[in-house]
Design a protein around this ligand. Structure first.
Ligand code: APR
Length: 230
């Protein structure tokens, strides 16, 4: 089976009602990254950081996967598919994708500050800023903040290097190291970029650009891939 690697950003969840970061009206127009998405912000004001992620979690829990998430999961019938996402939402999983690697963490999880291997699923959108586990460890959002390492990057590169087809959907490609992933796709892999602002983005030369929204473009792209490769 051919390997399809789908690399997604906030744009794929936009049509599910989840705000992106850098579009007009994006989250980073309303909030300062250094106030809510850095380890220093957490140390300074955990209540503010927690409120920010509680609001994001509420939005995610109210959202449903859209036609683009669903089309990607349908590829699994014909291809070996890995989704590498920068998104912290769980819409790929809820759409049925079975291999999803979250480069920037997961909003539906918390983890121990004392022992990062202790990770807990959250059931409600609201969590307390001083939440603890049963051993009294303090819990923090399971999110990769600005200034932190991206622990899954090596695994993402390894998977990307084996791609026959590499599809980027809805990312401004501004945040590194995630944005560098496309450089690791083999030169002979077929590459696609789906984004309504694709023409403004930096990209490699051998990429097919689809200047449309995820819901407009991805179901048709998936159909074409199935027809041409299966
Ligand atoms: N369909 C497809 N793409 C869309 C849509 C849509 N309906 N709407 C917007 N987009 C595109 C925008 O044109 C933009 O290029 O999605 C992209 C969103 O870019 P960002 O907001 O920068 O999101 P992303 O690239 O995922 O951000 C990377 O930055 O702050 C962080 O950690 C956060 O993982 C995130 C990282």
């Amino acid at each position: 089976m051919k390997h399809v690697v789908v690399f997604t950003g906030a744009g794929i969840s936009a049509e599910s009602g989840i705000r992106t970061f850098r579009d007009s009206n994006g989250l980073w127009e309303e909030y300062r990254i250094e106030d809510v998405a850095t380890p220093e912000a957490w140390q300074r004001n955990p209540a503010m950081v927690t409120t920010f992620y509680n609001e994001r979690r509420k939005q995610v829990m109210e959202a449903k996967p859209n036609e683009a998430h669903l089309a990607i999961s349908s590829l699994e019938e014909f291809f070996n598919v890995t989704v590498i996402t920068q998104n912290v939402d769980d819409l790929h999983e809820r759409a049925g994708s079975s291999k999803v690697l979250h480069l920037h963490g997961e909003i539906m999880k918390l983890r121990s500050i004392q022992d990062p291997s202790l990770i807990y699923k959250v059931k409600n959108w609201q969590v307390a800023h001083d939440a603890q586990n049963e051993s009294g460890h303090q819990l923090r959002p399971h999110i990769v903040w600005f200034g932190e390492m991206v622990p899954k990057m090596d695994e993402a590169i390894y998977i990307t290097k084996a791609a026959d087809i590499f599809i980027i959907i809805g990312s401004s490609l501004e945040v590194y190291p995630a944005a560098s992933l496309v450089e690791f796709a083999p030169t002979n892999a077929q590459k696609f970029l789906v984004d309504p602002h694709a023409n403004d983005l930096q990209k490699t030369e051998d990429i097919t650009v689809i200047n449309k929204t995820a819901v407009q473009a991805v179901p048709a792209l998936v159909k074409n891939l199935i027809t041409s490769h299966v």
